[in-house]
Design a protein. Sequence first.
Length: 77
Amino acid sequence: MTAYITARYPSEVAREVERELLNGCRSFVVRAVAGGGMLDRERLGAARYAAGIHAQVVLDESSSAVAATSFVASGRR
């Protein structure tokens, strides 16, 4: 089972991962909220630390790219 982590701040990401671990989850996808920048890397680190070495944790950068594309396409900047 894969859990999709959407919390914005690293401490919230860690709590969300810990909750999912209790539900038996061992695979996590951290949804990007900052285009893969520093905040996303901090969130990914928090998730990896909370999940432990036996879990798979990845950053899903496609969700942010889709949001950025639709934002630019709408004419807003």
